[in-house]
Design a protein around this ligand. Sequence first.
Ligand code: ADP
Length: 419
Amino acid sequence: MDDQDQLTTLHLTRLQQLRENTPFPESGGEDSAILRELASIERPLLQTLLQECSCSAGDILFREGDPGNAMYVILAGQVVVIKGSLDAPTVLGYRGPGEIIGEMALLENAPRSASVIAIENLRLLRINHEDFQVLLNNRPGIGRKIMAVLSARLRNTGNALDSSTQTGRQLTQRVSQLYTEKEHLLEVQRIRQETSDLIVHDLRNPLGVIYGVLDVLKMVLPEDVLNANQELLNIAEDARDRMKRLIDSMLDVARMEGGITALNIKPTNLAQLLERVVRFSQLNAHRRQIHLHTTIPHPLPLIALDEAKIERVLANLMDNALKYTPQSGEICISATLEASQVQVSVTDTGPGIPEAERQRIFERFAQVQGDHAARRRGFGLGLAFCKLAIETHGGKIWVEPGSGGVGSRFTFTLPLNSA
Ligand code: ADP
């Protein structure tokens, strides 16, 4: 046997699995023709030609590049024929009982063009190159026939290799196409992002005008007209504030995602901030007969945070709670002080959020599809802003079902030492 060495268990298992999962073409039947010719040789000569030998699963019969000095007939067991390294082999095929391997060595005394590895225990018959030459000289007829069959076998092996190289080339082409498509998509995404940032930025001017006009109206309109139209004014102011929050969120999300985050951190009275947000929501809640509860411990220590951003986080959570809670429902705002952080929750009695959506809704433009989707008025940006803002402060935000599995509870934490 040629230089025989042993395969690692990992490589052996991989080659065995490949055999089970991959339909490799069977050999073309030329082997039985060779065996027939060999069998026609009288016994004494045959016995000097063929030596029986065996090897174990994992043995490498010969490696690509080894000197080719013998051919084998497999009596029992199976081998794999591969080209290339053991880590990324090109499998040319598998051979089993009654099949022949290493036949090229009989045609030419050249190095092995492929490696052959036992993937099961083997029993083999071996024919040396020199002995075969003797056969060619003594029995030119049999020798010619065996040569014809061997060269047909060589052609088949060549074809198998060609088609595997072609598949490799097609795969490489596809991978490079996918890379180009990915680059293109990233470019389109970048342009879209820049355009939307520009539009959002420009929306701030007309919004500034609306702010100014509403304030002027409140100053110049006679008091009785103002009182008679207070409800309309409230609606307009409410819509204006929501639009401002949306625009600010879009700009902030883009900035924070781009890593440009300028937090204006100051020691802040979180209890006052919570009460202010609740006060702003009172009117809206009252209109829809929603009960607002607060559980805020006093005193809360001053916490270092960006007041405007955390106020917007709370306003977004309150806005959503009001949007999704049915008439006569309840919203509870609570804060708890822990050793190293403060935890704030907004709990509602709305439809709740399906478990599968609880992480996704914090992504940009994510909205829950379903029966309450018709009520939505936003763009799926509010929670994306909340997540980015809270995480920039070093905290966490998540959603879970409310008490007794009813509604949603949005909770965020802020570290007490975030300054
Ligand atoms: P939107 O502006 O669409 O409300 P958000 O980012 O604030 O965007 O919320 C994303 C989605 O999460 C909403 O469209 C809604 O489907 C769901 N959602 C948010 N808050 C609640 C809530 N309190 N109850 C039920 N669903 C909610």
